[in-house]
Design a protein around this ligand. Structure first.
Ligand SMILES: [Mg+2]
Length: 374
């Protein structure tokens, strides 16, 4: 069937509060800036066309913002009706203009991300390709690392047990949270894990923006001896110049970008030469459409890519990125889907299912707190 004359008939959105098995704490909790994280709020979008094609997409928020992102998405949804679902870029712009007065970053684009990822899902499903293959892959198995075992609420013994579990599951690398008030405690944890796993297992550390420049420099110099893959968010996410200064002084590559919520913000990070590993997040920047613009710039600047969280979407863009890339394994969203990602020998495999390749589980519907259909 030709799809030139197809139109969007229905749009359905839901807000799902996914509970974490155990609440987690990073450095921001230790310094009192945030409470432990207990839920992920997921905004989902189902789009259906006159020809019966369907797309499923999602975005998310942590802590405050879920009611607002749902409310904004509900206001945007009617603007998709009767539109051609193939014209994804134009529809992204149309929705962005509806919310122009609340800006082109943050919640305004994160609401659009649910629709944008649903439209890409729909389009790839028409040709029965995964998003990764629809974009074109450089690889179908991507190096992956585990984050969820290395939070600061876990004791060192628990962290070491979590490390063993991660490696047994086939995950390749291990990320450890740092940024405790006492730097020597961070160093002790990293040293213990390095000793435990040996030299060949990749280790990353993440300070979640807790240091000022001088602390970050001191910490980075001490961490240089552990041959880390990267040092993540040593400084405020918006301190582009600080990251660039730090990168010049340290052997360990710098990674950041997860908090940025527009192409323009990430572009600033790239242009100021702040990072080696760029860590944008598909839902946070507004969906696959803006993310592809970021990927193109990152490739042009010979950067490496390590997208933040949401492995279900990021496995696809990582497969389609030219240079070195890592997928972050965080299993928090697993219970809301019927499908699982395959992981083996340090690699995460691109799903062969069409589109993004995930559908909502019955459990997810039980966690649904809001719903609307146009
Ligand atoms: Mg991080």
């Amino acid at each position: 069937m030709a799809h030139h004359d197809d139109k969007i008939r229905h749009v359905e959105i839901s807000l799902i509060q996914v509970p974490l098995k155990n609440a987690v704490s990073d450095a921001k909790v230790l310094t009192g800036r945030q409470q432990p994280l207990s839920h992920v709020a997921v905004l989902t979008a189902d789009i259906e066309t006159v020809h019966g094609a369907r797309g499923f997409g999602f975005s998310y928020t942590l802590r405050a913002g879920s009611a607002a992102i749902f409310a904004h998405a509900r206001e945007l949804a009617p603007f998709l009706i009767d539109e051609d679902p193939n014209d994804i870029g134009r529809l992204w712009e149309k929705l962005a203009w509806q919310g122009a007065s609340i800006g082109r970053s943050g919640l305004a684009v994160q609401a659009i991300a649910a629709f944008d990822t649903a439209l890409w899902d729909l389009k790839a499903k028409r040709v029965e390709l995964s998003i990764g293959k629809f974009l074109g892959c450089y690889r179908t198995a991507i190096p992956c690392y585990n984050t969820s075992g290395g939070y600061l609420n876990a004791t060192l013994d628990e962290v070491l047990r979590n490390v063993d579990t991660s490696l047994d599951k086939g995950l390749g690398g291990i990320k450890l949270k740092v940024g405790q008030p006492d730097l020597s405690k961070d160093i002790e944890r990293v040293r213990a894990v390095r000793k435990h796993v040996g030299d060949s297992v990749p280790i990353m550390v993440d300070a979640n923006q807790q240091w000022d420049y001088t602390t970050a420099l001191r910490a980075g110099c001490e961490l240089d001896e552990f041959n880390l893959v990267w040092l993540e968010e040593p400084l405020s996410a918006y301190d582009y110049a600080g990251h660039a200064r730090l990168a010049e002084k340290l052997k360990t590559p710098i990674a950041t970008g997860e908090m940025l919520s527009s192409v323009a913000e990430v572009q600033n990070l790239i242009e100021q030469r702040s990072v080696t590993f760029l860590q944008p997040d598909v839902p946070r920047v507004g969906g696959f459409t803006p993310f592809l613009r970021i990927m193109a710039q990152a490739e042009q600047h010979r950067l490496k890519l390590a997208p933040h969280f949401v492995m279900e979407q990021h496995v696809h863009v990582a497969a389609a990125f030219q240079n070195e890339t890592w997928v972050e394994h965080i299993e928090w969203l697993e219970p809301m889907f019927n499908e699982r990602l395959e992981i083996k020998d340090g690699l995460m495999y691109l799903p062969t299912r069409p589109g993004v390749g995930f559908s909502l589980s019955g459990q997810a519907l039980e966690w649904r707190v809001a719903h609307a259909r146009v």
